[in-house]
Design a protein around this ligand. Structure first.
Ligand code: HPA
Length: 276
């Protein structure tokens, strides 16, 4: 049977969260691998487990459960999602719209995303903090395929300005104030969960991909549909498979954790300076 997206389903999830946090919230953050330490900085926290939110997706990884954490960062109201949902976990693309549509119904206007990615471009190295300026999705999948929810946006919509230029400028300026530079990157989406073959990596490089990863685009494409501005960071955690001897992914979490204090400070600075 054809699966349908349903506005009331998302509304029910959002109403549950709004009832707990008692306010709308304009800024959301979805945290990627190894970047959870941002949560240590949050004040006046209210935590809501995904499993308690009606209709919400259930995390398939049980090492630490996914939560919404509402609170203040740099004095501003923010809602964080501690775990994201990936296609490789088995969700369908039309299920993966849910978190962002729910965020939209909470009042979110700006979405900050972080992820870990492989460094494909020869000028990118493990440890680099990168700003996604565009992506390539050649996986043949689309989160907004299927029935269009007009409450959120138009059937057909542009994605040429998906990664908000103003927010990227702010991010670059904030990084310089903190004494480092961020590289702008084109993120190439792969479905995973396997890492790429060397020949795939060479093709990705030829096509213009700087980084490769298995997340984020479902969220950005959904944000584009419902008019949320996106600022997306990748931490390059490893060389792509044609640049190293053993591509086993073991360094991904370690490198993300090593870099996370720097990225945390950058995100705090950006939130401090972001327009209301
Ligand atoms: N490929 C795909 N996804 C990733 C990688 C990679 O090399 N590193 C971290 N996430």
């Amino acid at each position: 049977m054809l699966k349908k997206k349903n506005f009331d389903t998302y509304k029910k999830s959002a109403d549950y969260i709004l009832d707990k946090i008692k306010t709308k919230v304009e800024i959301a953050i979805i945290l990627g691998t190894g970047l959870e330490n941002l949560l240590d900085e949050m004040e006046d926290k209210i935590e809501i487990n995904y499993r308690d939110v009606p209709n919400f997706l259930i995390s398939t990884t049980n090492n630490s459960e996914g939560k919404f954490i509402f609170g203040k960062l740099s004095g501003k109201k923010v809602i964080c999602m501690t775990k994201r949902f990936h296609y490789y976990e088995g969700y369908d693309f039309d299920e993966l719209v849910m978190p962002v549509y729910v965020l939209k119904l909470l009042g979110v206007e700006k979405l900050i995303l972080t992820n870990a990615a492989g460094a494909v471009n020869y000028n990118f190295y493990p440890g680099d903090i990168c700003l996604i300026r565009d992506h390539i999705n050649f996986a043949g999948v689309s989160p907004t395929r299927g029935n269009n929810l007009a409450e959120f946006g138009e059937r057909f919509y542009p994605i040429d300005k998906l990664y908000d230029e103003k927010l990227r400028k702010l991010a670059k300026k904030s990084a310089i104030k903190l004494g480092f530079e961020v590289k702008e990157a084109v993120y190439f989406f792969t479905v995973g969960p396997f890492f790429e073959s060397p020949s795939e990596i060479r093709a990705i490089r030829t096509l213009g991909g700087d980084l490769v990863g298995m997340s984020t685009i479902t969220e950005t494409l959904t944000a584009g549909h419902c008019g949320i501005k996106v600022l997306a960071f990748s931490v390059a955690t490893n060389y792509s498979s044609d640049r190293i001897e053993n591509m086993d992914g073991t360094e991904v979490e370690d490198v993300a954790r090593e870099v996370s204090p720097k990225l945390k400070n950058l995100i705090l600075k950006i939130i401090e300076e972001i327009d209301d």
